[in-house]
Ligand binder design. Structure first.
Ligand code: HEM
Length: 403
């Protein structure tokens, strides 16, 4: 067993030299100290894990908690006080047995089979967004015209949230996920989102419709466990997790392809390979790098290092997805590799509930976009794009495009 690293620890998050690649320090950590300590923006220390097998082992360990109210939780965003009422229903923040019970309530809505049946509808939404994009004079911002509207409309229709209210939840989501928002602004945004969805849950109780929220109301009522606050929390979790993540992948993937004409030409010639390409894009970008964070509920030995009980641990899924033991030449974008073992959707009990939906949305968007607008191009020099270095999910703020 080795001793824990002595302070001062390197700062976290670590800087990226290339907007398309994870921080170079991850490779050094993996080679030299795959389990080590870092200093968070708050000044608190936390542990990071940078090796594929160890990340997997840690995320499967039941002696960990996802409870963000725990003082040891390694918050990269400025920490905000969270009451148990506010946290209610947020799956990513829950531990078993509550997590198991509530995940079970929604999991059937997101099976690969259920999601596959949504394909024609997702295609129609994508075509419609592109149609509207084409009537504008260009350049247009791809983020506002395509990346955000497609996943937003899909998750809204699935949940039964009126898409006409998108300004309300889009704005709040940006504040919630941005590192630079003040604690007060983030708390206010959470509360406003909760109030909005709480009213919507009341409306579904009064007049059920053919949507996920109405089905959940009925399921919980039938089970005799209907809890308004809990269902509101589940709705918040699905709405926030369900659009911003996929939107960032659409923007990053499009910019990457536009900047790599050989890859783009290959994809246009073989759109049937979209599934495999999306898998590699997910690995390559690993946009939710540090959402796989936990706090230990016992002393845990990881890779020969003992992480004490109550410690914050960030299991870096981007570092794992660039581990050369698993992905040969990980720095290369290779759409021919089998990338399915990546952990961009996490691993273990919290593994992404919406992963089949995200995959399908990405496949449909890339295929449709480059079929409908084969001469799409960036309308500004690539160096001028501004990347989300200060957000919970990596992405691009604005992508001006023309054709
Ligand atoms: C959980 C990534 C899209 C809903 C997660 C986790 C990751 C992730 C890494 C695990 C967090 C943890 O371990 O604590 C992504 C990425 C996406 C995406 C990269 C897009 C490319 C979606 C979509 C939905 C969704 C479209 C819509 C339903 C969820 C939920 C959880 C989750 C509800 C929490 C599951 C639980 O705690 O049991 N996601 N996600 N995600 N994701 Fe996604």
């Amino acid at each position: 067993m080795t001793e824990a690293t002595a302070p001062p620890f390197p700062n976290f998050p670590m800087p990226r030299e290339c907007p398309f690649r994870p921080p170079a320090q991850y490779a050094e950590l993996r080679a030299e100290r795959p389990v080590s300590q870092v200093t968070l923006p708050s000044g608190n220390s936390a542990w990071v894990i940078a090796d594929y097998d160890l990340v997997r082992e840690f995320l499967a360990d039941p002696r960990t908690s996802a409870n963000r109210a725990h003082p040891g939780y390694p918050s990269v965003l400025p920490r905000q006080p969270v009451s148990s009422q506010q946290a209610k229903g947020l799956l990513t923040w829950m531990d078993p047995p509550e997590h198991t019970a509530h995940r079970r309530m929604v999991v059937n809505e997101f099976t690969a089979k259920r999601v596959a049946a949504m394909a024609p509808h997702i295609r129609a939404i994508t075509e419609d967004c592109i149609e509207q994009m084409l009537v504008h004079s260009h350049p247009v911002d791809l983020v506002q015209e395509l990346s955000l509207p497609v996943p937003s409309r899909v998750i809204c229709e699935l949940l039964g949230v009126p898409y006409s209210d998108r300004e309300l939840f889009d704005k709040r989501t940006v504040v919630i996920l941005n590192h630079q928002s003040s604690v007060e602004d983030r708390m206010a945004a959470w509360q406003e989102l909760r109030t909005y969805l709480s009213d919507l849950v009341s409306a579904k109780v009064q007049v059920p419709e053919d949507d996920l929220l109405s089905r959940l109301v009925k399921k919980y009522q039938d089970a005799g466990t209907f809890d308004h606050e809990l269902l509101t929390g589940l709705a918040v979790a699905l709405l926030v997790a369900g659009h911003e993540t996929t939107a960032n992948m659409i923007s990053l993937g499009t910019v990457f392809l536009l900047r790599n004409p050989d890859r783009l030409a290959e994809f246009k010639a073989h759109p049937e390979t979209a599934g495999q390409m999306v898998e590699e894009l997910l690995r390559y970008f690993s946009i939710a790098d540090y959402s796989t964070s936990r706090v230990t509920t016992a002393d845990i030995e990881v890779g020969g290092v003992v992480i004490p009980e109550g410690s914050g641990v960030i299991a870096l899924n981007s570092a794992a997805n660039n581990d050369e033991k698993v992905f040969t030449g990980p720095e290369e974008f290779d759409p021919h590799r089998d990338a399915r073992r990546h952990m961009a959707f996490g691993y273990g009990i919290h593994q992404c509930l919406g992963q089949s939906l995200a995959r399908l949305e990405l496949e449909i968007v890339f295929t449709t976009l480059f079929r409908r607008i084969p001469d799409l191009r960036l309308a500004v020099p690539a160096e001028e794009l501004s990347y989300k270095h200060n957000a919970a999910f990596y992405g691009i703020y604005e992508v001006p495009v023309a054709w």
